[in-house]
Design a protein around this ligand. Structure first.
Ligand code: ADP
Length: 273
């Protein structure tokens, strides 16, 4: 992503105003600290748009539904937008083995986001044999959702850590129920986009049953579709304890039961792939 497209993004997500009387020395006033929009003096600014503008290097603004707007009186006209865009917040949801892991890697690399996976946070607790981990394991073994009192605070705390706040986040596998979505909304945590990956069920079962992890490199293989490169790697591959046919069917059932409830919270910002 070049610097131009970053700028696009900043402006796309924030109000843009033009003012004939604004000079770089004008004091910027942010009327709503939750939104990075800056008003000049109320009498002197002309709001020209609230979304989807692109700023071009030749001092023109464009909007997908309008012609380019030349800034004819430049340099007397200035674009006042947020100095720093709010970091991107993305949620991704999909059935087990729908490709979330792969997409998460691509998205976090491209946008520099912190990847937060509810399942990974839980597995850390399970591995540490903490109280929460022991309780969580009982549910994870059955392919059921771990109770909210364990998951909600765990995810919230991770989202509020400085790296997530500064870089933005990609939240994977959370929320999985309407109560989890409601808890985030109550904390004032709302994503910019909710991505839902949809894959036919037969493909999912086959992918899960053949899935293996290299504990040394963290790389995921599939015995048929993405086999290990050498005998040495093959010999150390492990399988997640819940990646069996019986358990994945339970997990798929749970996923389908919950996804509709979650979608209703984010329907305006959902993209199905
Ligand atoms: P999958 O996407 O294959 O279900 P995950 O690693 O995301 O794998 O989750 C593994 C298990 O962790 C789930 O089956 C569930 O028991 C638990 N889990 C993960 N995310 C949540 C969540 N948001 N709420 C409750 N339980 C969760």
């Amino acid at each position: 992503m070049g610097s131009n497209s970053c700028l696009n993004f900043a402006i796309t997500h924030h109000c843009v105003y033009l003012s004939p009387s604004f000079s770089p020395k004008s004091k910027l006033h942010n009327p709503n600290p939750n939104h990075n929009q800056f008003l000049l003096s109320r009498s002197s600014f002309i709001p020209i748009a609230t979304s989807s503008f692109a700023l071009h290097s030749n001092h023109t603004l464009s909007h997908p539904r309008s012609k380019k707007l030349p800034l004819r009186n430049a340099p007397n006209f200035y674009v006042a937008a947020s100095a720093k865009a709010e970091p991107l917040k993305v949620m991704i949801s999909g059935a087990p083995a729908s490709g979330k892991g792969t997409q998460c890697e691509l998205i976090t690399q491209k946008y520099g986001l912190v990847h937060i996976a509810a399942g990974d946070l839980l597995r850390v607790e399970v591995a540490a044999a903490s109280e929460n981990g022991k309780r969580a394991k009982e549910y994870m073994e059955k392919g059921e959702l771990v109770p909210d009192e364990i998951v909600v605070m765990m995810v919230k705390e991770r989202l509020l850590q400085p790296d997530s706040q500064e870089k933005g986040w990609l939240l994977d596998g959370y929320p999985r129920s309407s109560s989890q979505a409601a808890a985030l909304e109550d904390f004032g945590i709302h994503p910019d986009i909710f991505i839902l990956l949809e894959v036919p069920e037969d493909n999912l079962v086959e992918r899960v049953v053949g899935r293996r992890l290299d504990p040394l490199t963290g790389k995921i293989y599939h015995l048929k579709y993405s086999p290990p490169e050498s005998e040495e790697i093959a010999s150390r591959l492990t399988q997640r304890f819940d990646d069996t046919e019986e358990r994945v069917k339970l997990r798929l059932h749970t996923h389908h039961q919950n996804v509709e409830a979650v979608l209703s919270t984010y329907k305006d910002i959902t993209v199905k792939v």
